[in-house]
Design a protein around this ligand. Structure first.
Ligand code: ADP
Length: 471
Protein backbone atom coordinates (compact mmCIF):
# COMPACT_ATOMS: atom_id res chain seq x y z
CA UNK A 1 0.00 0.00 0.00
CA UNK A 2 1.37 3.44 -0.93
CA UNK A 3 2.18 5.97 1.75
CA UNK A 4 -0.38 8.78 1.98
CA UNK A 5 0.82 12.38 2.10
CA UNK A 6 -1.86 14.88 3.11
CA UNK A 7 -1.28 18.55 2.36
CA UNK A 8 -3.58 21.21 3.79
CA UNK A 9 -3.26 24.77 4.98
CA UNK A 10 -3.42 23.71 8.63
CA UNK A 11 -2.11 20.48 10.09
CA UNK A 12 -3.93 18.72 12.91
CA UNK A 13 -2.30 16.26 15.25
CA UNK A 14 -4.20 13.05 14.44
CA UNK A 15 -3.68 11.78 18.00
CA UNK A 16 -5.97 14.49 19.36
CA UNK A 17 -9.59 13.55 18.78
CA UNK A 18 -10.66 17.12 19.59
CA UNK A 19 -9.37 17.90 16.11
CA UNK A 20 -12.72 16.67 14.73
CA UNK A 21 -13.98 14.19 12.16
CA UNK A 22 -11.68 15.06 9.27
CA UNK A 23 -8.51 14.59 11.29
CA UNK A 24 -9.89 11.36 12.75
CA UNK A 25 -10.73 9.95 9.32
CA UNK A 26 -7.40 10.97 7.82
CA UNK A 27 -5.61 9.67 10.91
CA UNK A 28 -6.92 6.15 10.22
CA UNK A 29 -5.34 6.13 6.78
CA UNK A 30 -2.24 8.07 7.79
CA UNK A 31 -1.61 5.70 10.68
CA UNK A 32 -2.07 2.57 8.59
CA UNK A 33 0.26 3.78 5.83
CA UNK A 34 2.77 5.54 8.10
CA UNK A 35 1.96 8.75 6.26
CA UNK A 36 2.88 12.40 6.38
CA UNK A 37 0.82 15.55 6.94
CA UNK A 38 2.30 18.75 5.55
CA UNK A 39 1.11 22.35 5.91
CA UNK A 40 1.38 25.74 7.58
CA UNK A 41 2.20 25.72 11.30
CA UNK A 42 -0.15 28.61 12.06
CA UNK A 43 2.89 30.72 13.02
CA UNK A 44 4.02 33.91 11.35
CA UNK A 45 7.57 35.30 11.39
CA UNK A 46 7.70 39.11 11.41
CA UNK A 47 10.16 40.83 9.07
CA UNK A 48 12.01 42.17 12.12
CA UNK A 49 12.58 38.56 13.22
CA UNK A 50 13.98 37.53 9.87
CA UNK A 51 10.75 36.52 8.07
CA UNK A 52 11.31 36.85 4.30
CA UNK A 53 8.79 36.31 1.49
CA UNK A 54 9.19 32.94 -0.23
CA UNK A 55 11.10 31.50 2.74
CA UNK A 56 9.92 29.43 5.70
CA UNK A 57 11.12 27.73 8.84
CA UNK A 58 10.36 24.02 8.75
CA UNK A 59 9.45 21.80 11.71
CA UNK A 60 9.15 18.04 11.78
CA UNK A 61 7.40 16.15 14.51
CA UNK A 62 6.56 12.48 14.81
CA UNK A 63 2.98 11.72 15.93
CA UNK A 64 3.03 7.93 16.33
CA UNK A 65 3.61 6.51 12.86
CA UNK A 66 2.65 9.84 11.24
CA UNK A 67 5.15 12.54 10.37
CA UNK A 68 3.88 16.12 10.79
CA UNK A 69 5.82 18.68 8.78
CA UNK A 70 4.91 22.33 9.19
CA UNK A 71 6.18 25.65 7.88
CA UNK A 72 6.22 29.03 9.61
CA UNK A 73 5.39 31.70 7.01
CA UNK A 74 6.79 35.22 6.78
CA UNK A 75 4.39 38.06 7.62
CA UNK A 76 4.38 39.22 4.00
CA UNK A 77 3.56 35.74 2.66
CA UNK A 78 0.90 35.14 5.30
CA UNK A 79 -0.84 38.45 4.64
CA UNK A 80 -0.90 38.03 0.85
CA UNK A 81 -1.48 34.26 0.64
CA UNK A 82 -3.78 33.62 3.57
CA UNK A 83 -5.55 36.85 4.47
CA UNK A 84 -5.34 38.45 1.01
CA UNK A 85 -5.92 35.86 -1.70
CA UNK A 86 -7.32 32.80 0.09
CA UNK A 87 -9.72 34.61 2.43
CA UNK A 88 -10.08 37.94 0.63
CA UNK A 89 -10.63 36.63 -2.91
CA UNK A 90 -11.27 32.89 -3.14
CA UNK A 91 -13.47 32.51 -0.04
CA UNK A 92 -15.90 35.35 -0.90
CA UNK A 93 -16.07 34.64 -4.64
CA UNK A 94 -16.50 30.88 -4.20
CA UNK A 95 -19.34 31.74 -1.77
CA UNK A 96 -20.89 34.04 -4.41
CA UNK A 97 -19.95 37.28 -2.60
CA UNK A 98 -18.28 39.26 -5.36
CA UNK A 99 -19.06 42.43 -3.44
CA UNK A 100 -16.70 41.38 -0.62
CA UNK A 101 -13.72 40.38 -2.78
CA UNK A 102 -10.57 42.48 -2.89
CA UNK A 103 -8.65 41.76 -6.11
CA UNK A 104 -5.32 43.29 -5.17
CA UNK A 105 -2.67 42.07 -7.64
CA UNK A 106 -0.14 41.61 -4.83
CA UNK A 107 -2.32 38.93 -3.26
CA UNK A 108 -2.22 36.57 -6.22
CA UNK A 109 1.57 36.96 -6.40
CA UNK A 110 1.77 35.98 -2.72
CA UNK A 111 -0.61 33.05 -3.27
CA UNK A 112 1.56 31.73 -6.09
CA UNK A 113 4.74 32.34 -4.06
CA UNK A 114 3.50 30.32 -1.08
CA UNK A 115 2.27 27.47 -3.30
CA UNK A 116 5.73 27.41 -4.91
CA UNK A 117 7.30 27.44 -1.46
CA UNK A 118 5.11 24.50 -0.35
CA UNK A 119 6.10 22.59 -3.51
CA UNK A 120 9.80 23.31 -3.03
CA UNK A 121 9.73 22.18 0.60
CA UNK A 122 7.55 19.14 -0.02
CA UNK A 123 9.30 17.70 -3.08
CA UNK A 124 12.46 16.45 -1.29
CA UNK A 125 10.28 14.71 1.34
CA UNK A 126 8.34 12.63 -1.19
CA UNK A 127 9.12 8.96 -1.79
CA UNK A 128 8.59 7.52 -5.29
CA UNK A 129 5.36 5.61 -4.50
CA UNK A 130 3.67 8.25 -2.35
CA UNK A 131 0.09 9.26 -3.07
CA UNK A 132 -0.48 12.96 -2.37
CA UNK A 133 -3.85 14.38 -1.29
CA UNK A 134 -4.09 18.18 -1.37
CA UNK A 135 -6.95 19.96 0.44
CA UNK A 136 -8.88 23.12 -0.16
CA UNK A 137 -8.78 26.55 -1.75
CA UNK A 138 -5.47 27.67 -0.29
CA UNK A 139 -3.57 25.17 -2.42
CA UNK A 140 -5.24 24.99 -5.84
CA UNK A 141 -1.96 25.41 -7.84
CA UNK A 142 0.14 23.11 -5.64
CA UNK A 143 0.10 20.11 -8.01
CA UNK A 144 1.04 22.33 -10.94
CA UNK A 145 4.00 23.66 -8.94
CA UNK A 146 5.00 20.11 -7.95
CA UNK A 147 4.74 18.92 -11.57
CA UNK A 148 6.88 21.89 -12.65
CA UNK A 149 9.56 20.52 -10.32
CA UNK A 150 9.26 17.10 -11.94
CA UNK A 151 6.89 15.26 -9.55
CA UNK A 152 5.17 12.40 -11.35
CA UNK A 153 3.23 11.26 -8.28
CA UNK A 154 -0.43 10.44 -8.14
CA UNK A 155 -1.95 13.66 -6.77
CA UNK A 156 -5.57 14.22 -5.76
CA UNK A 157 -7.34 17.42 -4.74
CA UNK A 158 -10.47 18.04 -2.69
CA UNK A 159 -12.24 21.41 -2.59
CA UNK A 160 -14.04 21.79 0.75
CA UNK A 161 -15.92 24.94 -0.27
CA UNK A 162 -18.39 25.42 -3.15
CA UNK A 163 -17.27 25.93 -6.74
CA UNK A 164 -19.34 28.74 -8.28
CA UNK A 165 -20.68 28.82 -11.85
CA UNK A 166 -18.47 30.16 -14.69
CA UNK A 167 -19.82 33.70 -14.70
CA UNK A 168 -19.03 34.13 -11.02
CA UNK A 169 -15.60 32.51 -11.43
CA UNK A 170 -15.00 34.91 -14.30
CA UNK A 171 -14.93 37.81 -11.83
CA UNK A 172 -11.54 36.61 -10.58
CA UNK A 173 -8.71 38.07 -12.65
CA UNK A 174 -6.79 35.02 -13.89
CA UNK A 175 -9.61 32.56 -13.16
CA UNK A 176 -8.54 30.47 -16.17
CA UNK A 177 -5.17 29.99 -14.49
CA UNK A 178 -6.87 28.52 -11.42
CA UNK A 179 -8.93 26.05 -13.44
CA UNK A 180 -5.96 25.11 -15.61
CA UNK A 181 -4.03 24.40 -12.42
CA UNK A 182 -6.66 21.80 -11.49
CA UNK A 183 -5.65 19.80 -14.56
CA UNK A 184 -2.29 19.06 -12.92
CA UNK A 185 -4.14 16.72 -10.51
CA UNK A 186 -5.18 13.18 -11.37
CA UNK A 187 -8.44 13.43 -9.42
CA UNK A 188 -10.41 16.50 -8.34
CA UNK A 189 -13.19 16.07 -5.78
CA UNK A 190 -16.09 18.40 -5.00
CA UNK A 191 -18.65 18.44 -2.19
CA UNK A 192 -21.80 18.24 -4.29
CA UNK A 193 -23.16 17.36 -7.70
CA UNK A 194 -23.98 21.05 -8.12
CA UNK A 195 -20.30 22.03 -7.72
CA UNK A 196 -19.28 19.26 -10.11
CA UNK A 197 -21.75 20.56 -12.71
CA UNK A 198 -20.16 24.01 -12.41
CA UNK A 199 -16.73 22.50 -13.04
CA UNK A 200 -18.00 20.46 -16.00
CA UNK A 201 -19.65 23.47 -17.62
CA UNK A 202 -16.63 25.68 -17.03
CA UNK A 203 -14.08 23.30 -18.52
CA UNK A 204 -16.27 22.48 -21.49
CA UNK A 205 -17.23 26.06 -22.36
CA UNK A 206 -14.19 28.05 -21.25
CA UNK A 207 -11.34 25.58 -21.61
CA UNK A 208 -12.62 23.52 -24.58
CA UNK A 209 -12.12 20.33 -22.56
CA UNK A 210 -13.33 17.02 -23.98
CA UNK A 211 -15.33 14.59 -21.91
CA UNK A 212 -13.87 11.06 -21.96
CA UNK A 213 -16.71 8.72 -21.02
CA UNK A 214 -19.13 8.95 -18.11
CA UNK A 215 -16.76 8.57 -15.15
CA UNK A 216 -15.90 12.26 -14.89
CA UNK A 217 -12.72 12.25 -16.97
CA UNK A 218 -11.87 15.37 -18.96
CA UNK A 219 -9.07 16.02 -21.40
CA UNK A 220 -7.54 19.51 -21.75
CA UNK A 221 -4.12 21.20 -21.61
CA UNK A 222 -2.49 17.93 -22.67
CA UNK A 223 -3.68 16.21 -19.45
CA UNK A 224 -6.52 14.03 -18.28
CA UNK A 225 -8.23 14.81 -14.98
CA UNK A 226 -11.09 12.96 -13.33
CA UNK A 227 -13.63 15.12 -11.51
CA UNK A 228 -16.22 13.61 -9.15
CA UNK A 229 -18.42 14.57 -6.18
CA UNK A 230 -17.55 13.12 -2.76
CA UNK A 231 -19.85 14.71 -0.15
CA UNK A 232 -17.92 14.84 3.11
CA UNK A 233 -19.51 13.29 6.19
CA UNK A 234 -18.98 13.20 9.92
CA UNK A 235 -17.77 10.32 12.06
CA UNK A 236 -21.29 9.28 13.11
CA UNK A 237 -20.14 6.63 15.56
CA UNK A 238 -17.70 8.97 17.25
CA UNK A 239 -20.34 11.69 17.49
CA UNK A 240 -22.92 9.31 18.93
CA UNK A 241 -20.40 8.12 21.49
CA UNK A 242 -19.80 11.76 22.38
CA UNK A 243 -23.58 12.21 22.74
CA UNK A 244 -23.71 9.37 25.28
CA UNK A 245 -20.70 10.59 27.26
CA UNK A 246 -21.13 12.40 30.62
CA UNK A 247 -20.30 15.94 29.42
CA UNK A 248 -22.96 15.92 26.70
CA UNK A 249 -25.50 14.25 29.01
CA UNK A 250 -24.93 16.86 31.66
CA UNK A 251 -25.36 19.63 29.11
CA UNK A 252 -28.57 17.99 27.88
CA UNK A 253 -30.02 17.70 31.39
CA UNK A 254 -29.14 21.30 32.21
CA UNK A 255 -30.77 22.66 29.08
CA UNK A 256 -33.87 20.51 29.51
CA UNK A 257 -34.29 21.73 33.10
CA UNK A 258 -33.64 25.38 32.28
CA UNK A 259 -36.05 25.36 29.33
CA UNK A 260 -38.55 22.78 30.63
CA UNK A 261 -41.65 24.60 29.41
CA UNK A 262 -40.03 26.12 26.36
CA UNK A 263 -38.86 24.91 22.96
CA UNK A 264 -35.26 25.45 22.02
CA UNK A 265 -33.91 26.29 18.59
CA UNK A 266 -30.19 26.02 18.06
CA UNK A 267 -27.71 27.53 15.61
CA UNK A 268 -23.99 26.70 15.79
CA UNK A 269 -21.65 28.38 13.34
CA UNK A 270 -18.39 30.10 12.80
CA UNK A 271 -19.20 33.79 12.64
CA UNK A 272 -18.98 34.07 8.87
CA UNK A 273 -20.97 36.12 6.36
CA UNK A 274 -21.68 32.93 4.38
CA UNK A 275 -23.69 31.47 7.27
CA UNK A 276 -26.75 33.72 6.85
CA UNK A 277 -26.87 34.74 10.51
CA UNK A 278 -28.65 38.12 10.14
CA UNK A 279 -31.26 36.50 7.87
CA UNK A 280 -31.72 33.73 10.46
CA UNK A 281 -32.35 36.25 13.24
CA UNK A 282 -34.78 38.17 11.05
CA UNK A 283 -36.65 34.92 10.31
CA UNK A 284 -36.86 34.25 14.03
CA UNK A 285 -38.17 37.76 14.63
CA UNK A 286 -40.74 37.18 11.87
CA UNK A 287 -41.79 33.94 13.60
CA UNK A 288 -42.47 35.80 16.86
CA UNK A 289 -44.38 38.46 14.95
CA UNK A 290 -46.53 36.18 12.78
CA UNK A 291 -47.04 33.32 15.23
CA UNK A 292 -47.58 34.90 18.66
CA UNK A 293 -48.17 31.44 20.18
CA UNK A 294 -44.38 30.99 20.17
CA UNK A 295 -43.79 34.09 22.30
CA UNK A 296 -42.64 33.34 25.81
CA UNK A 297 -41.78 29.87 24.52
CA UNK A 298 -39.49 29.51 21.49
CA UNK A 299 -35.91 30.41 22.41
CA UNK A 300 -33.08 30.63 19.89
CA UNK A 301 -29.62 29.80 21.14
CA UNK A 302 -27.15 31.08 18.58
CA UNK A 303 -23.54 30.15 19.15
CA UNK A 304 -21.18 31.95 16.78
CA UNK A 305 -17.50 31.26 17.25
CA UNK A 306 -15.02 34.06 16.48
CA UNK A 307 -13.43 33.69 13.06
CA UNK A 308 -11.00 35.69 10.88
CA UNK A 309 -11.41 38.85 12.88
CA UNK A 310 -8.63 40.54 10.93
CA UNK A 311 -10.94 40.81 7.90
CA UNK A 312 -13.33 43.82 7.87
CA UNK A 313 -16.33 41.93 6.48
CA UNK A 314 -16.26 39.82 9.64
CA UNK A 315 -16.34 42.74 12.07
CA UNK A 316 -19.24 44.28 10.11
CA UNK A 317 -21.35 41.16 10.51
CA UNK A 318 -20.48 40.96 14.20
CA UNK A 319 -21.95 44.43 14.79
CA UNK A 320 -25.04 43.68 12.71
CA UNK A 321 -25.72 40.55 14.76
CA UNK A 322 -25.31 42.25 18.10
CA UNK A 323 -27.72 44.97 17.08
CA UNK A 324 -30.34 42.50 15.77
CA UNK A 325 -30.19 40.39 18.92
CA UNK A 326 -30.54 43.48 21.09
CA UNK A 327 -33.59 44.71 19.20
CA UNK A 328 -35.35 41.31 19.18
CA UNK A 329 -34.79 40.85 22.91
CA UNK A 330 -35.81 44.47 23.55
CA UNK A 331 -39.02 44.19 21.55
CA UNK A 332 -40.19 40.71 22.44
CA UNK A 333 -38.43 39.79 25.69
CA UNK A 334 -40.19 39.42 29.04
CA UNK A 335 -38.74 39.71 32.53
CA UNK A 336 -38.33 35.94 32.63
CA UNK A 337 -37.83 35.17 28.93
CA UNK A 338 -35.24 36.30 26.44
CA UNK A 339 -36.05 35.12 22.90
CA UNK A 340 -32.43 35.06 21.71
CA UNK A 341 -29.38 33.84 23.55
CA UNK A 342 -26.45 34.91 21.45
CA UNK A 343 -23.05 33.62 22.45
CA UNK A 344 -19.96 34.78 20.62
CA UNK A 345 -17.75 31.87 21.62
CA UNK A 346 -16.85 28.30 20.78
CA UNK A 347 -18.70 25.55 22.65
CA UNK A 348 -16.43 22.79 23.94
CA UNK A 349 -16.88 19.90 21.50
CA UNK A 350 -17.85 17.27 24.14
CA UNK A 351 -20.81 19.44 25.22
CA UNK A 352 -22.09 20.23 21.74
CA UNK A 353 -24.16 17.03 21.23
CA UNK A 354 -26.04 17.75 24.49
CA UNK A 355 -27.07 21.15 23.18
CA UNK A 356 -28.19 19.69 19.85
CA UNK A 357 -30.19 16.95 21.57
CA UNK A 358 -31.98 19.36 23.88
CA UNK A 359 -33.15 21.42 20.88
CA UNK A 360 -36.43 20.89 19.06
CA UNK A 361 -35.16 22.69 15.97
CA UNK A 362 -31.72 22.91 14.39
CA UNK A 363 -31.47 26.02 12.21
CA UNK A 364 -28.80 25.64 9.56
CA UNK A 365 -29.45 28.41 7.06
CA UNK A 366 -26.25 29.44 5.27
CA UNK A 367 -26.50 31.64 2.17
CA UNK A 368 -23.91 29.33 0.64
CA UNK A 369 -21.95 26.45 2.14
CA UNK A 370 -19.75 23.72 0.66
CA UNK A 371 -21.35 21.03 2.82
CA UNK A 372 -22.19 22.11 6.42
CA UNK A 373 -21.31 19.52 9.01
CA UNK A 374 -23.41 21.10 11.77
CA UNK A 375 -26.52 19.78 9.97
CA UNK A 376 -25.13 16.24 10.13
CA UNK A 377 -24.03 16.60 13.76
CA UNK A 378 -27.51 17.83 14.72
CA UNK A 379 -29.10 14.72 13.16
CA UNK A 380 -26.56 12.36 14.74
CA UNK A 381 -27.17 13.76 18.25
CA UNK A 382 -30.97 13.37 18.27
CA UNK A 383 -32.98 10.88 20.31
CA UNK A 384 -34.61 8.69 17.60
CA UNK A 385 -37.77 8.37 19.74
CA UNK A 386 -38.23 12.13 20.10
CA UNK A 387 -36.01 13.79 17.52
CA UNK A 388 -35.67 17.46 16.69
CA UNK A 389 -36.29 18.87 13.21
CA UNK A 390 -33.68 20.29 10.86
CA UNK A 391 -34.49 23.54 9.08
CA UNK A 392 -31.93 23.61 6.30
CA UNK A 393 -30.89 26.07 3.61
CA UNK A 394 -31.20 24.75 0.08
CA UNK A 395 -27.90 26.54 -0.61
CA UNK A 396 -25.84 24.25 1.65
CA UNK A 397 -24.16 21.31 -0.13
CA UNK A 398 -25.73 18.98 2.43
CA UNK A 399 -29.24 19.85 1.13
CA UNK A 400 -28.63 17.53 -1.85
CA UNK A 401 -28.30 14.64 0.61
CA UNK A 402 -31.09 15.55 3.04
CA UNK A 403 -34.32 16.13 1.12
CA UNK A 404 -36.26 15.17 4.29
CA UNK A 405 -35.08 18.25 6.15
CA UNK A 406 -37.35 21.30 5.94
CA UNK A 407 -35.55 23.02 3.08
CA UNK A 408 -35.70 26.80 2.99
CA UNK A 409 -34.47 29.75 0.98
CA UNK A 410 -32.69 31.81 3.70
CA UNK A 411 -33.21 35.05 1.77
CA UNK A 412 -36.96 34.49 2.08
CA UNK A 413 -37.50 35.63 5.66
CA UNK A 414 -41.23 34.82 5.78
CA UNK A 415 -40.75 31.42 4.15
CA UNK A 416 -38.04 30.54 6.68
CA UNK A 417 -40.25 31.71 9.56
CA UNK A 418 -43.05 29.48 8.26
CA UNK A 419 -40.69 26.50 8.10
CA UNK A 420 -39.54 27.13 11.68
CA UNK A 421 -43.20 27.23 12.76
CA UNK A 422 -43.77 23.91 10.98
CA UNK A 423 -40.73 22.44 12.71
CA UNK A 424 -41.89 23.65 16.14
CA UNK A 425 -45.33 22.13 15.68
CA UNK A 426 -44.45 18.91 13.82
CA UNK A 427 -46.02 15.77 15.35
CA UNK A 428 -43.61 13.24 16.78
CA UNK A 429 -44.49 10.53 14.20
CA UNK A 430 -43.44 12.76 11.33
CA UNK A 431 -40.31 13.86 13.16
CA UNK A 432 -39.33 10.22 13.62
CA UNK A 433 -39.83 9.30 9.96
CA UNK A 434 -37.81 12.27 8.74
CA UNK A 435 -35.06 11.67 11.26
CA UNK A 436 -34.77 8.00 10.36
CA UNK A 437 -34.24 8.65 6.68
CA UNK A 438 -31.71 11.42 7.36
CA UNK A 439 -29.85 9.23 9.81
CA UNK A 440 -29.56 6.46 7.19
CA UNK A 441 -27.93 8.90 4.76
CA UNK A 442 -25.40 10.38 7.18
CA UNK A 443 -24.45 6.90 8.39
CA UNK A 444 -23.95 5.53 4.90
CA UNK A 445 -21.97 8.55 3.72
CA UNK A 446 -19.87 9.14 6.80
CA UNK A 447 -16.36 10.57 6.86
CA UNK A 448 -14.76 7.14 6.49
CA UNK A 449 -16.78 6.52 3.32
CA UNK A 450 -15.63 9.93 2.04
CA UNK A 451 -11.98 9.28 2.72
CA UNK A 452 -11.99 5.74 1.37
CA UNK A 453 -13.99 6.46 -1.77
CA UNK A 454 -11.77 9.43 -2.64
CA UNK A 455 -8.57 7.43 -2.15
CA UNK A 456 -9.92 4.36 -4.00
CA UNK A 457 -10.89 6.53 -6.96
CA UNK A 458 -7.50 8.25 -6.87
CA UNK A 459 -5.71 4.89 -6.79
CA UNK A 460 -7.55 3.87 -9.97
CA UNK A 461 -7.29 7.24 -11.73
CA UNK A 462 -5.32 7.40 -14.92
CA UNK A 463 -2.07 9.00 -13.71
CA UNK A 464 0.11 10.30 -16.50
CA UNK A 465 3.11 12.54 -16.62
CA UNK A 466 3.48 14.96 -19.45
CA UNK A 467 5.93 17.71 -20.11
CA UNK A 468 3.37 20.50 -20.30
CA UNK A 469 4.72 23.81 -19.09
CA UNK A 470 2.35 24.27 -16.22
CA UNK A 471 1.51 27.81 -15.35
P1 ADP B 1 -17.24 25.53 8.43
O1 ADP B 1 -16.24 24.47 8.03
O2 ADP B 1 -17.56 26.54 7.36
O3 ADP B 1 -16.92 26.21 9.72
P2 ADP B 1 -19.06 23.27 8.98
O4 ADP B 1 -20.46 23.29 9.46
O5 ADP B 1 -18.84 22.37 7.82
O6 ADP B 1 -18.63 24.78 8.69
O7 ADP B 1 -18.09 22.75 10.15
C1 ADP B 1 -18.00 23.44 11.33
C2 ADP B 1 -17.44 22.55 12.44
O8 ADP B 1 -17.02 23.38 13.50
C3 ADP B 1 -18.47 21.59 13.01
O9 ADP B 1 -17.84 20.40 13.40
C4 ADP B 1 -19.02 22.35 14.23
O10 ADP B 1 -19.42 21.51 15.29
C5 ADP B 1 -17.83 23.18 14.66
N1 ADP B 1 -18.29 24.50 15.16
C6 ADP B 1 -18.76 25.52 14.42
N2 ADP B 1 -19.10 26.56 15.20
C7 ADP B 1 -18.85 26.19 16.47
C8 ADP B 1 -19.02 26.81 17.75
N3 ADP B 1 -19.49 28.05 17.84
N4 ADP B 1 -18.66 26.11 18.83
C9 ADP B 1 -18.19 24.86 18.72
N5 ADP B 1 -18.01 24.21 17.55
C10 ADP B 1 -18.33 24.86 16.44
Amino acid sequence: MSRLVVVSNRVADPRKTAAGGLAVALADVLNSTGGMWFGWSGKVIEAADGGKPGEARQHTQQAGPVKLVTLDLSREDHDAFYVGYSNGVLWPVFHYRLDLADFDAGYVAGYRRVNQLFARKLKPLLQPDDVVWVHDYHLIPLAAELRALGCGHRIGYFLHIPLPPSLIMAAIPGHDWLIRALFAYDLVGFQSRGDLRHFDRYVEAEAGAQRLGDDGRWRAFNRTVQACAFPIGIDVEEFQALTDAPEAREMFERMRKEYSRRKLLVGVDRLDYSKGLPQRLKAFRELLKSYPEHRDSATLIQIASPSREDVTAYTDILHELESLCGSINGNFGELDWMPVRYIHRTVARPRLPGLYRASRVGVVTPLRDGMNLVAKEFIAAQDPADPGVLVLSRFAGVAEQLPDALLVNPYDIEGTANAIHLALTMPVEERRVRHQSQMAVIKKYDVHWWCQSFLDTLAKAEAEVTGTPWL
